[in-house]
Design a protein around this ligand. Sequence first.
Ligand SMILES: [Zn+2]
Length: 531
Amino acid sequence: MFDILIRSGLVVDGSGTAGFRADVAIEGGRIAEVGLLPGAEAATVMDATGLVVTPGFIDMHSHADFSLPVWPSAESLVHQGITTAVVGQCGNSPAPLLKETRDQVIRQMDASMGRAGEPLPWERWTSFKTYLEDLSRVGTSLNIVPLVGQGTVRAGVMRFGPGPANPEQRARMTAAVAQAMEEGAFGLSTGLIYPPGSFTHAEEIAAIAQPVGDRGGIYFSHIRGEADTLLTAISEAIQIGRESGAAVQISHFKVAGRKNWDTVDRALTLIDEARAEGLDVTADLYPYLAGSTALSALLPQWAHEGGKEAVSKRLADPRVREQMTVSMQSEGFAKDMEWDRVLISFAPGKAEYQGRYVAELAQEKGKTPHEWIFDAILETGLRATMVTFMMSEENRLRELRHPAIMIGTDGMGYAVSGSMSQGLPHPRNYGTFPRILGHYVREEKVISLEEAVWKMTGFPARKLGLRDRGLVRKGRWADLTLFDPTRVADKATYVSPHQYPEGIPHVLVRGEFVVRDGVHTGARPGVVLAR
Ligand SMILES: [Zn+2]
Protein backbone atom coordinates (compact mmCIF):
# COMPACT_ATOMS: atom_id res chain seq x y z
CA MET A 1 0.00 0.00 0.00
CA PHE A 2 1.65 3.21 -1.21
CA ASP A 3 0.76 6.77 -0.23
CA ILE A 4 0.22 7.94 -3.80
CA LEU A 5 0.08 6.09 -7.11
CA ILE A 6 0.31 8.05 -10.34
CA ARG A 7 -1.03 5.76 -13.05
CA SER A 8 -0.26 5.55 -16.76
CA GLY A 9 1.59 8.81 -17.32
CA LEU A 10 4.34 9.32 -19.89
CA VAL A 11 7.41 9.43 -17.66
CA VAL A 12 10.08 11.78 -18.99
CA ASP A 13 12.52 11.03 -16.24
CA GLY A 14 14.89 14.02 -16.45
CA SER A 15 17.90 12.10 -17.81
CA GLY A 16 17.29 13.18 -21.40
CA THR A 17 16.36 9.67 -22.53
CA ALA A 18 13.08 8.88 -24.30
CA GLY A 19 9.86 9.01 -22.31
CA PHE A 20 8.11 5.75 -21.39
CA ARG A 21 4.66 4.76 -20.14
CA ALA A 22 4.78 3.90 -16.43
CA ASP A 23 3.17 4.17 -13.02
CA VAL A 24 4.96 6.08 -10.28
CA ALA A 25 4.44 5.05 -6.66
CA ILE A 26 5.25 7.36 -3.76
CA GLU A 27 5.82 6.50 -0.15
CA GLY A 28 7.17 8.61 2.70
CA GLY A 29 7.78 11.53 0.34
CA ARG A 30 10.05 9.52 -1.94
CA ILE A 31 9.59 7.64 -5.19
CA ALA A 32 9.02 4.02 -4.19
CA GLU A 33 8.60 2.40 -7.63
CA VAL A 34 8.62 3.38 -11.29
CA GLY A 35 7.21 0.84 -13.73
CA LEU A 36 4.09 -1.06 -14.62
CA LEU A 37 2.43 -1.78 -11.28
CA PRO A 38 -0.93 -3.35 -12.18
CA GLY A 39 -1.74 -4.76 -8.74
CA ALA A 40 -0.49 -1.84 -6.67
CA GLU A 41 -2.73 0.02 -4.25
CA ALA A 42 -2.41 3.43 -2.67
CA ALA A 43 -4.30 5.82 -0.43
CA THR A 44 -4.45 8.26 -3.35
CA VAL A 45 -4.58 7.01 -6.92
CA MET A 46 -4.30 9.51 -9.72
CA ASP A 47 -4.91 8.73 -13.36
CA ALA A 48 -2.22 10.51 -15.38
CA THR A 49 -3.29 9.24 -18.79
CA GLY A 50 -2.41 11.93 -21.32
CA LEU A 51 -0.06 13.69 -18.90
CA VAL A 52 3.72 13.82 -18.83
CA VAL A 53 5.29 13.01 -15.45
CA THR A 54 8.64 14.69 -14.88
CA PRO A 55 10.87 15.63 -11.97
CA GLY A 56 9.88 18.99 -10.45
CA PHE A 57 11.56 21.83 -12.30
CA ILE A 58 14.68 23.42 -10.86
CA ASP A 59 14.80 27.18 -11.34
CA MET A 60 18.51 27.97 -11.71
CA HIS A 61 18.05 31.71 -11.27
CA SER A 62 15.53 32.92 -8.73
CA HIS A 63 15.06 36.05 -6.65
CA ALA A 64 12.36 34.36 -4.58
CA ASP A 65 14.43 35.01 -1.44
CA PHE A 66 12.92 38.51 -1.63
CA SER A 67 9.36 37.14 -1.67
CA LEU A 68 9.37 33.77 0.15
CA PRO A 69 9.87 35.08 3.70
CA VAL A 70 6.64 37.10 3.41
CA TRP A 71 4.88 35.10 0.70
CA PRO A 72 5.95 31.46 1.14
CA SER A 73 3.34 29.95 -1.19
CA ALA A 74 5.12 31.36 -4.29
CA GLU A 75 2.15 30.77 -6.60
CA SER A 76 3.67 32.20 -9.77
CA LEU A 77 6.57 29.75 -9.43
CA VAL A 78 4.86 26.54 -8.30
CA HIS A 79 2.13 26.89 -10.93
CA GLN A 80 4.96 26.66 -13.49
CA GLY A 81 5.99 23.32 -12.03
CA ILE A 82 9.00 24.66 -10.16
CA THR A 83 9.81 22.68 -7.03
CA THR A 84 13.30 24.00 -6.27
CA ALA A 85 14.66 27.54 -6.65
CA VAL A 86 18.30 28.70 -6.53
CA VAL A 87 18.24 32.01 -4.67
CA GLY A 88 20.74 34.65 -3.53
CA GLN A 89 21.47 35.68 -7.10
CA CYS A 90 23.04 38.70 -8.82
CA GLY A 91 25.16 39.53 -5.76
CA ASN A 92 22.10 39.99 -3.54
CA SER A 93 21.45 37.64 -0.66
CA PRO A 94 19.44 38.83 2.33
CA ALA A 95 22.20 37.54 4.64
CA PRO A 96 24.67 37.82 6.24
CA LEU A 97 24.03 41.39 7.42
CA LEU A 98 26.92 42.80 9.41
CA LYS A 99 26.00 45.02 12.31
CA GLU A 100 27.79 48.28 11.46
CA THR A 101 26.46 48.50 7.92
CA ARG A 102 23.19 46.66 8.26
CA ASP A 103 20.76 49.55 7.84
CA GLN A 104 22.43 50.89 4.73
CA VAL A 105 22.62 47.47 3.08
CA ILE A 106 18.96 46.78 3.84
CA ARG A 107 17.85 50.14 2.38
CA GLN A 108 19.84 49.51 -0.77
CA MET A 109 18.58 45.96 -1.25
CA ASP A 110 14.99 46.95 -0.55
CA ALA A 111 15.29 49.58 -3.27
CA SER A 112 17.22 47.56 -5.84
CA MET A 113 15.00 44.49 -5.75
CA GLY A 114 11.96 46.53 -6.79
CA ARG A 115 9.65 44.27 -4.88
CA ALA A 116 5.95 44.70 -4.25
CA GLY A 117 4.28 43.49 -1.08
CA GLU A 118 5.18 43.40 2.59
CA PRO A 119 8.48 44.54 4.10
CA LEU A 120 10.94 41.74 4.77
CA PRO A 121 11.80 40.66 8.33
CA TRP A 122 15.50 41.49 8.12
CA GLU A 123 16.14 41.73 11.90
CA ARG A 124 17.49 38.26 12.54
CA TRP A 125 19.49 37.79 9.38
CA THR A 126 22.86 38.69 10.89
CA SER A 127 24.28 35.33 9.81
CA PHE A 128 23.53 33.04 6.90
CA LYS A 129 22.57 30.38 9.42
CA THR A 130 19.86 32.42 11.17
CA TYR A 131 18.47 33.41 7.78
CA LEU A 132 18.19 29.79 6.63
CA GLU A 133 16.66 28.83 9.97
CA ASP A 134 14.04 31.54 9.45
CA LEU A 135 13.20 30.26 5.98
CA SER A 136 12.85 26.72 7.36
CA ARG A 137 10.62 27.96 10.16
CA VAL A 138 8.35 29.89 7.75
CA GLY A 139 8.08 26.78 5.56
CA THR A 140 7.85 27.33 1.81
CA SER A 141 5.94 25.64 -1.00
CA LEU A 142 9.17 24.85 -2.86
CA ASN A 143 12.69 23.81 -1.93
CA ILE A 144 15.46 26.36 -1.66
CA VAL A 145 19.09 26.23 -2.79
CA PRO A 146 20.76 29.29 -1.24
CA LEU A 147 23.76 31.27 -2.48
CA VAL A 148 25.64 34.00 -0.66
CA GLY A 149 25.81 37.32 -2.52
CA GLN A 150 29.12 39.08 -3.10
CA GLY A 151 27.31 42.42 -3.11
CA THR A 152 25.84 41.76 0.33
CA VAL A 153 29.20 40.65 1.71
CA ARG A 154 31.19 43.52 0.24
CA ALA A 155 28.65 46.21 1.17
CA GLY A 156 28.66 44.74 4.66
CA VAL A 157 32.40 45.23 4.98
CA MET A 158 33.02 48.26 2.71
CA ARG A 159 29.58 49.85 2.22
CA PHE A 160 29.01 51.15 -1.32
CA GLY A 161 32.42 52.72 -1.87
CA PRO A 162 34.48 52.13 -5.01
CA GLY A 163 38.02 50.83 -5.25
CA PRO A 164 39.75 47.61 -4.26
CA ALA A 165 39.52 46.09 -0.79
CA ASN A 166 42.57 46.38 1.44
CA PRO A 167 44.05 43.11 2.78
CA GLU A 168 42.09 43.34 6.03
CA GLN A 169 38.79 43.95 4.22
CA ARG A 170 39.53 41.14 1.81
CA ALA A 171 40.23 38.76 4.67
CA ARG A 172 36.94 39.68 6.35
CA MET A 173 35.00 39.14 3.12
CA THR A 174 36.68 35.79 2.45
CA ALA A 175 35.90 34.70 6.00
CA ALA A 176 32.25 35.72 5.58
CA VAL A 177 31.97 33.69 2.35
CA ALA A 178 33.67 30.69 4.00
CA GLN A 179 31.28 30.90 6.94
CA ALA A 180 28.22 31.08 4.67
CA MET A 181 29.51 28.02 2.79
CA GLU A 182 29.88 26.16 6.09
CA GLU A 183 26.36 27.19 7.05
CA GLY A 184 24.74 25.91 3.87
CA ALA A 185 25.45 28.14 0.86
CA PHE A 186 25.91 26.26 -2.45
CA GLY A 187 28.10 29.03 -3.80
CA LEU A 188 28.69 32.73 -4.34
CA SER A 189 26.85 35.08 -6.69
CA THR A 190 27.84 38.41 -8.22
CA GLY A 191 25.88 41.15 -9.95
CA LEU A 192 28.63 43.06 -11.71
CA ILE A 193 26.45 45.83 -13.12
CA TYR A 194 25.09 46.70 -9.68
CA PRO A 195 26.97 48.45 -6.90
CA PRO A 196 29.09 47.31 -5.14
CA GLY A 197 29.75 44.38 -7.53
CA SER A 198 30.43 46.90 -10.28
CA PHE A 199 33.25 48.36 -8.16
CA THR A 200 34.92 44.99 -7.65
CA HIS A 201 37.78 43.71 -9.81
CA ALA A 202 37.94 40.11 -11.03
CA GLU A 203 41.00 39.39 -8.95
CA GLU A 204 39.22 40.34 -5.71
CA ILE A 205 36.22 38.19 -6.66
CA ALA A 206 38.45 35.20 -7.41
CA ALA A 207 40.11 35.65 -4.01
CA ILE A 208 36.88 35.72 -2.02
CA ALA A 209 35.51 32.83 -4.16
CA GLN A 210 38.39 30.63 -2.99
CA PRO A 211 36.34 29.09 -0.13
CA VAL A 212 33.67 28.28 -2.74
CA GLY A 213 36.14 26.47 -4.99
CA ASP A 214 37.72 24.68 -2.02
CA ARG A 215 34.33 23.26 -1.03
CA GLY A 216 33.18 22.24 -4.51
CA GLY A 217 30.74 25.16 -4.76
CA ILE A 218 29.56 27.23 -7.69
CA TYR A 219 30.22 30.81 -8.76
CA PHE A 220 27.00 32.27 -10.25
CA SER A 221 27.41 35.53 -12.11
CA HIS A 222 25.29 38.27 -13.56
CA ILE A 223 28.29 39.21 -15.65
CA ARG A 224 29.77 42.68 -16.12
CA GLY A 225 28.21 43.32 -19.50
CA GLU A 226 25.58 41.69 -21.69
CA ALA A 227 25.92 44.06 -24.68
CA ASP A 228 29.13 45.55 -26.19
CA THR A 229 31.31 43.98 -23.51
CA LEU A 230 29.64 40.55 -23.44
CA LEU A 231 32.67 38.56 -24.58
CA THR A 232 35.12 40.05 -22.08
CA ALA A 233 32.48 39.67 -19.37
CA ILE A 234 32.06 35.95 -20.12
CA SER A 235 35.82 35.50 -20.16
CA GLU A 236 36.06 37.24 -16.79
CA ALA A 237 33.49 34.87 -15.23
CA ILE A 238 35.36 31.85 -16.62
CA GLN A 239 38.68 33.22 -15.35
CA ILE A 240 37.23 33.64 -11.85
CA GLY A 241 36.18 29.98 -11.98
CA ARG A 242 39.60 28.93 -13.21
CA GLU A 243 41.40 30.82 -10.43
CA SER A 244 39.10 29.96 -7.56
CA GLY A 245 38.37 26.38 -8.58
CA ALA A 246 34.62 27.07 -8.40
CA ALA A 247 32.24 25.77 -11.06
CA VAL A 248 30.70 28.63 -13.06
CA GLN A 249 27.10 29.46 -13.91
CA ILE A 250 26.52 32.44 -16.21
CA SER A 251 23.17 33.87 -15.19
CA HIS A 252 20.35 34.88 -17.55
CA PHE A 253 22.54 34.50 -20.64
CA LYS A 254 21.68 37.01 -23.34
CA VAL A 255 23.13 39.16 -26.09
CA ALA A 256 21.67 42.60 -25.52
CA GLY A 257 21.46 45.31 -28.15
CA ARG A 258 20.79 44.88 -31.85
CA LYS A 259 24.30 45.74 -32.96
CA ASN A 260 25.77 42.99 -30.75
CA TRP A 261 23.45 40.20 -31.80
CA ASP A 262 25.98 38.65 -34.18
CA THR A 263 28.39 37.93 -31.30
CA VAL A 264 26.20 35.09 -30.03
CA ASP A 265 28.27 32.32 -31.61
CA ARG A 266 31.50 33.69 -30.20
CA ALA A 267 29.90 34.00 -26.78
CA LEU A 268 28.69 30.39 -26.82
CA THR A 269 32.08 29.24 -28.15
CA LEU A 270 33.78 30.77 -25.11
CA ILE A 271 31.64 28.50 -22.95
CA ASP A 272 32.44 25.48 -25.18
CA GLU A 273 36.15 26.17 -24.98
CA ALA A 274 36.08 26.45 -21.19
CA ARG A 275 34.22 23.14 -21.00
CA ALA A 276 36.73 21.52 -23.34
CA GLU A 277 39.44 22.72 -20.97
CA GLY A 278 37.71 20.72 -18.22
CA LEU A 279 36.00 23.62 -16.43
CA ASP A 280 32.40 23.17 -15.31
CA VAL A 281 30.91 26.23 -17.05
CA THR A 282 27.19 26.38 -17.79
CA ALA A 283 24.52 29.06 -18.15
CA ASP A 284 20.80 29.61 -17.85
CA LEU A 285 18.23 31.70 -19.68
CA TYR A 286 14.61 32.80 -19.57
CA PRO A 287 12.71 32.47 -22.88
CA TYR A 288 11.79 36.11 -23.52
CA LEU A 289 13.21 38.89 -25.65
CA ALA A 290 13.06 41.53 -22.94
CA GLY A 291 14.97 41.84 -19.71
CA SER A 292 13.86 43.53 -16.54
CA THR A 293 15.66 45.36 -13.78
CA ALA A 294 15.63 48.49 -11.65
CA LEU A 295 15.21 51.75 -13.59
CA SER A 296 18.20 53.04 -11.62
CA ALA A 297 20.41 50.43 -13.34
CA LEU A 298 20.47 52.90 -16.26
CA LEU A 299 22.54 55.38 -14.23
CA PRO A 300 26.31 55.40 -14.74
CA GLN A 301 28.32 53.29 -12.30
CA TRP A 302 29.91 56.27 -10.58
CA ALA A 303 26.46 57.66 -9.78
CA HIS A 304 25.83 54.67 -7.49
CA GLU A 305 28.79 55.35 -5.20
CA GLY A 306 27.76 55.74 -1.57
CA GLY A 307 24.40 54.00 -1.87
CA LYS A 308 20.81 55.17 -2.05
CA GLU A 309 21.07 58.54 -0.25
CA ALA A 310 24.09 59.63 -2.28
CA VAL A 311 22.32 58.66 -5.51
CA SER A 312 19.23 60.69 -4.57
CA LYS A 313 21.39 63.73 -3.84
CA ARG A 314 23.08 63.45 -7.25
CA LEU A 315 19.76 63.09 -9.02
CA ALA A 316 18.55 66.33 -7.45
CA ASP A 317 21.54 68.32 -8.73
CA PRO A 318 21.12 69.73 -12.29
CA ARG A 319 24.89 69.83 -12.90
CA VAL A 320 25.37 66.21 -11.90
CA ARG A 321 22.39 65.32 -14.10
CA GLU A 322 24.24 66.76 -17.07
CA GLN A 323 27.32 64.68 -16.27
CA MET A 324 25.17 61.57 -15.86
CA THR A 325 23.53 62.18 -19.23
CA VAL A 326 26.92 62.44 -20.91
CA SER A 327 28.09 59.19 -19.26
CA MET A 328 24.90 57.36 -20.17
CA GLN A 329 25.22 58.40 -23.81
CA SER A 330 28.78 57.17 -24.07
CA GLU A 331 28.93 53.91 -22.06
CA GLY A 332 27.18 51.28 -20.01
CA PHE A 333 23.71 49.80 -19.93
CA ALA A 334 21.92 52.97 -21.11
CA LYS A 335 24.15 53.65 -24.10
CA ASP A 336 22.28 52.07 -26.97
CA MET A 337 18.91 51.83 -25.25
CA GLU A 338 15.95 52.47 -27.55
CA TRP A 339 13.61 54.48 -25.33
CA ASP A 340 10.50 53.39 -27.20
CA ARG A 341 11.42 49.83 -26.15
CA VAL A 342 11.78 50.51 -22.43
CA LEU A 343 8.53 49.80 -20.55
CA ILE A 344 7.97 50.98 -16.97
CA SER A 345 6.79 47.91 -15.07
CA PHE A 346 6.62 49.02 -11.44
CA ALA A 347 6.44 52.57 -10.11
CA PRO A 348 5.38 52.82 -6.47
CA GLY A 349 3.30 55.98 -5.94
CA LYS A 350 3.26 56.60 -9.70
CA ALA A 351 0.99 53.87 -11.02
CA GLU A 352 0.20 56.05 -14.06
CA TYR A 353 3.69 55.27 -15.42
CA GLN A 354 3.18 51.50 -15.31
CA GLY A 355 2.69 49.77 -18.64
CA ARG A 356 3.94 52.75 -20.67
CA TYR A 357 7.15 53.38 -22.60
CA VAL A 358 9.82 55.90 -21.55
CA ALA A 359 9.83 57.63 -24.96
CA GLU A 360 6.14 58.54 -24.79
CA LEU A 361 6.17 59.38 -21.07
CA ALA A 362 9.07 61.78 -21.62
CA GLN A 363 7.51 63.35 -24.68
CA GLU A 364 4.24 63.94 -22.86
CA LYS A 365 6.06 65.85 -20.12
CA GLY A 366 8.24 67.70 -22.64
CA LYS A 367 11.40 66.20 -21.17
CA THR A 368 14.34 64.37 -22.65
CA PRO A 369 14.26 60.61 -21.88
CA HIS A 370 17.22 61.11 -19.54
CA GLU A 371 15.57 63.93 -17.57
CA TRP A 372 12.36 61.91 -17.33
CA ILE A 373 14.26 58.88 -16.01
CA PHE A 374 16.07 60.95 -13.36
CA ASP A 375 12.74 62.35 -12.16
CA ALA A 376 11.02 58.97 -12.17
CA ILE A 377 13.83 57.33 -10.17
CA LEU A 378 13.52 60.09 -7.55
CA GLU A 379 9.72 60.06 -7.50
CA THR A 380 9.66 56.32 -6.79
CA GLY A 381 12.35 56.36 -4.12
CA LEU A 382 14.67 54.44 -6.50
CA ARG A 383 12.22 51.52 -6.56
CA ALA A 384 10.86 51.80 -10.12
CA THR A 385 11.55 48.87 -12.42
CA MET A 386 11.58 48.56 -16.21
CA VAL A 387 11.29 45.95 -18.93
CA THR A 388 13.72 46.45 -21.81
CA PHE A 389 13.30 44.80 -25.21
CA MET A 390 16.83 44.09 -26.36
CA MET A 391 17.23 40.49 -27.52
CA SER A 392 16.89 38.57 -30.78
CA GLU A 393 14.55 35.62 -31.30
CA GLU A 394 16.98 33.92 -33.65
CA ASN A 395 19.64 34.03 -30.93
CA ARG A 396 17.19 32.68 -28.35
CA LEU A 397 16.72 29.57 -30.51
CA ARG A 398 20.46 29.01 -30.79
CA GLU A 399 20.97 29.51 -27.08
CA LEU A 400 18.16 27.16 -26.20
CA ARG A 401 19.72 24.41 -28.33
CA HIS A 402 23.12 24.88 -26.72
CA PRO A 403 24.03 21.88 -24.51
CA ALA A 404 25.38 24.00 -21.62
CA ILE A 405 22.23 26.05 -21.19
CA MET A 406 19.60 25.45 -18.50
CA ILE A 407 16.48 27.39 -17.53
CA GLY A 408 15.96 30.07 -14.87
CA THR A 409 13.10 32.50 -14.29
CA ASP A 410 15.08 35.42 -12.82
CA GLY A 411 11.77 35.84 -11.02
CA MET A 412 10.13 35.61 -7.64
CA GLY A 413 6.85 34.42 -6.19
CA TYR A 414 3.93 36.59 -7.25
CA ALA A 415 0.23 35.74 -7.07
CA VAL A 416 -2.86 36.83 -8.98
CA SER A 417 -4.41 38.25 -5.81
CA GLY A 418 -3.13 39.72 -2.55
CA SER A 419 -0.10 41.91 -1.94
CA MET A 420 2.07 40.09 -4.49
CA SER A 421 -0.30 40.92 -7.36
CA GLN A 422 0.88 44.52 -7.79
CA GLY A 423 2.73 46.21 -10.64
CA LEU A 424 3.66 44.68 -13.96
CA PRO A 425 6.44 42.23 -13.18
CA HIS A 426 8.18 40.60 -16.13
CA PRO A 427 6.06 37.68 -17.45
CA ARG A 428 9.01 35.35 -16.78
CA ASN A 429 7.83 35.35 -13.15
CA TYR A 430 4.78 33.36 -14.26
CA GLY A 431 5.59 31.81 -17.62
CA THR A 432 9.23 30.76 -18.04
CA PHE A 433 8.95 26.96 -17.83
CA PRO A 434 5.57 26.53 -19.58
CA ARG A 435 6.75 28.90 -22.32
CA ILE A 436 9.67 26.57 -23.05
CA LEU A 437 7.38 23.50 -23.08
CA GLY A 438 4.51 25.09 -25.00
CA HIS A 439 6.05 27.60 -27.35
CA TYR A 440 9.57 26.32 -27.95
CA VAL A 441 9.03 22.55 -27.67
CA ARG A 442 5.48 21.94 -28.96
CA GLU A 443 4.99 24.85 -31.36
CA GLU A 444 8.48 25.75 -32.60
CA LYS A 445 10.07 22.30 -32.09
CA VAL A 446 13.40 23.93 -31.21
CA ILE A 447 14.36 21.13 -28.83
CA SER A 448 12.73 17.82 -27.94
CA LEU A 449 10.55 17.39 -24.89
CA GLU A 450 13.15 15.10 -23.30
CA GLU A 451 15.93 17.62 -23.88
CA ALA A 452 13.86 20.47 -22.43
CA VAL A 453 13.03 18.42 -19.33
CA TRP A 454 16.72 17.52 -18.91
CA LYS A 455 17.60 21.24 -18.98
CA MET A 456 14.95 21.86 -16.30
CA THR A 457 15.68 18.90 -13.99
CA GLY A 458 18.47 16.33 -14.35
CA PHE A 459 21.04 18.78 -15.66
CA PRO A 460 20.66 21.46 -12.96
CA ALA A 461 20.42 18.75 -10.27
CA ARG A 462 23.74 17.36 -11.44
CA LYS A 463 25.34 20.79 -11.51
CA LEU A 464 24.11 21.55 -7.99
CA GLY A 465 25.08 18.12 -6.68
CA LEU A 466 21.48 17.29 -5.71
CA ARG A 467 21.86 13.53 -5.75
CA ASP A 468 18.35 12.69 -4.60
CA ARG A 469 16.42 15.04 -6.87
CA GLY A 470 16.17 15.83 -10.59
CA LEU A 471 15.25 12.35 -11.86
CA VAL A 472 12.13 10.16 -11.66
CA ARG A 473 13.95 7.22 -10.07
CA LYS A 474 13.28 4.92 -7.18
CA GLY A 475 14.62 6.37 -3.94
CA ARG A 476 14.67 10.01 -5.02
CA TRP A 477 12.43 12.61 -3.42
CA ALA A 478 9.01 12.77 -5.05
CA ASP A 479 9.30 16.31 -6.38
CA LEU A 480 7.15 15.82 -9.48
CA THR A 481 5.42 17.93 -12.11
CA LEU A 482 2.56 16.62 -14.26
CA PHE A 483 1.58 18.51 -17.39
CA ASP A 484 -0.47 18.07 -20.52
CA PRO A 485 1.97 18.29 -23.46
CA THR A 486 -0.82 19.28 -25.85
CA ARG A 487 -1.98 22.22 -23.72
CA VAL A 488 0.88 23.48 -21.57
CA ALA A 489 1.32 27.21 -22.25
CA ASP A 490 2.31 30.46 -20.60
CA LYS A 491 -0.40 33.11 -20.32
CA ALA A 492 1.46 36.03 -18.74
CA THR A 493 2.22 38.99 -21.00
CA TYR A 494 4.15 42.22 -20.49
CA VAL A 495 0.98 44.25 -20.05
CA SER A 496 -1.00 41.57 -18.23
CA PRO A 497 1.53 39.44 -16.37
CA HIS A 498 -0.49 38.23 -13.38
CA GLN A 499 -1.79 35.04 -15.01
CA TYR A 500 -0.94 31.44 -14.20
CA PRO A 501 0.00 29.13 -17.03
CA GLU A 502 -2.26 26.43 -18.47
CA GLY A 503 -1.84 22.71 -18.68
CA ILE A 504 0.14 22.02 -15.47
CA PRO A 505 -2.51 20.42 -13.24
CA HIS A 506 -0.36 18.76 -10.56
CA VAL A 507 2.86 19.62 -8.75
CA LEU A 508 4.26 17.63 -5.83
CA VAL A 509 7.04 18.54 -3.45
CA ARG A 510 8.40 15.72 -1.28
CA GLY A 511 5.37 13.61 -2.06
CA GLU A 512 2.84 16.29 -1.15
CA PHE A 513 0.52 18.03 -3.61
CA VAL A 514 1.36 21.73 -3.80
CA VAL A 515 -0.81 22.16 -6.88
CA ARG A 516 -3.66 19.73 -7.47
CA ASP A 517 -6.14 19.99 -10.34
CA GLY A 518 -4.64 23.38 -11.14
CA VAL A 519 -5.21 24.83 -7.67
CA HIS A 520 -2.54 25.70 -5.09
CA THR A 521 -3.26 23.51 -2.07
CA GLY A 522 -1.59 25.83 0.43
CA ALA A 523 0.89 23.08 1.33
CA ARG A 524 4.40 24.19 2.24
CA PRO A 525 6.51 21.03 2.23
CA GLY A 526 9.61 22.73 0.78
CA VAL A 527 12.92 22.56 2.61
CA VAL A 528 16.18 24.47 2.55
CA LEU A 529 18.50 22.02 0.85
CA ALA A 530 21.90 21.15 2.22
CA ARG A 531 24.98 21.14 0.07
ZN1 LIG B 1 20.76 39.56 -12.71
